[in-house]
Design a protein around this ligand. Structure first.
Ligand code: NAD
Length: 243
């Protein structure tokens, strides 16, 4: 029960990794507000559905979560989108979507959350970057760029807001078995189960990550066990380098 009485906001809570974190935070005593485009089927303490591309919605989220839960201790910026291809195959829509969801929304949410959290003695923010934001892989130019941006923003905010008692870190997964990855395989005409199994053979630990593998690390970063971890980019990759 590491999070007894803690108030948590999770974005992208309906997704693969988000849903796992929601269950785990609640199982350890937290009260959780969830944000996603659709929150209907989620078991949470506050449902805050909306589109993170809507600036006003992203700006308001931390305040709404604090109002619904009676405070805000932990923010998990987990929502994300992936666009594939080289820059020459990238549309204006891809740009607005990727930058909007992966960088601008976490920026807006952190900007609004930090003063709220400071008033009650601080807390923790965990952003979701990617191994591909630290060392880019081929044919995902925009995705890698946005994950590099959120990684850098995390390091900057980690320095700038530590004095307010707020620890800001990022988790950097490699491939995770979630709808994001599986729908990409399906779109390209592969069977997701065999593609995931095949991909697993390229990982030194023998499989790609399951959502729980990432959720455990995020909960660690959000917990008091990580009380001296600040501005860190924590890779969770089964030993697999970006190739
Ligand atoms: N799956 C992977 O291989 C992998 C690897 C590295 C990093 N990540 C990152 O992990 C995070 C979670 O990804 P996942 O794999 O669970 O993906 P997912 O697609 O299962 O979940 C992402 C969630 O974000 C929500 N979302 C997207 N755009 C939104 C918007 N405009 N407004 C509101 N909600 C929106 C989606 O509805 C979805 O529920 C993402 O930031 C992703 O980039 C994933």
């Amino acid at each position: 029960m590491r999070f007894e009485g803690k108030k948590v906001l999770i974005t992208g809570a309906a997704g693969g990794i988000g849903a796992e974190m929601l269950t785990r935070f609640r199982a350890e005593g937290a009260r959780v507000a969830v944000a996603d485009r659709e929150t209907g089927g989620l078991e949470a303490d506050a449902l805050l559905p909306g589109d993170l591309l809507d600036h006003a919605y992203a700006d308001r989220l931390p305040g709404e979560a604090a109002k619904a839960l009676g405070g805000l201790d932990i923010v998990i910026n987990n929502a994300g989108v992936i666009t594939r291809g080289a820059v020459t195959e990238t549309s204006d829509e891809d740009w607005s979507l990727s930058v909007g969801v992966n960088v601008e929304a976490p920026f807006r949410i952190c900007r609004a959350a930090i003063p709220i959290m400071e008033k009650t003695g601080g807390g923790a923010i965990v952003n979701t970057a990617s191994c591909w934001g630290l060392r880019p892989g081929p044919n995902h130019a925009l995705y890698c760029m946005t994950k590099a941006a959120i990684a850098s923003l995390t390091q900057c905010m980690g320095m700038d807001h530590a004095h307010q008692g707020i620890r800001i870190n990022a988790v950097c997964p490699n491939e995770v078995n979630t709808p994001m990855l599986r729908s990409g395989f399906a779109r390209r005409g592969f069977d997701p189960d065999s593609a995931v199994a095949e991909l697993g053979r390229t990982v030194p630990l023998g499989r790609i990550a399951e959502p729980a593998d990432i959720a455990d690390v995020v909960l660690f970063l959000a917990s008091d066990e990580a009380r001296y971890v600040c501005g860190t980019l924590l890779e969770v990759n089964g030993g697999k380098p970006v190739s």
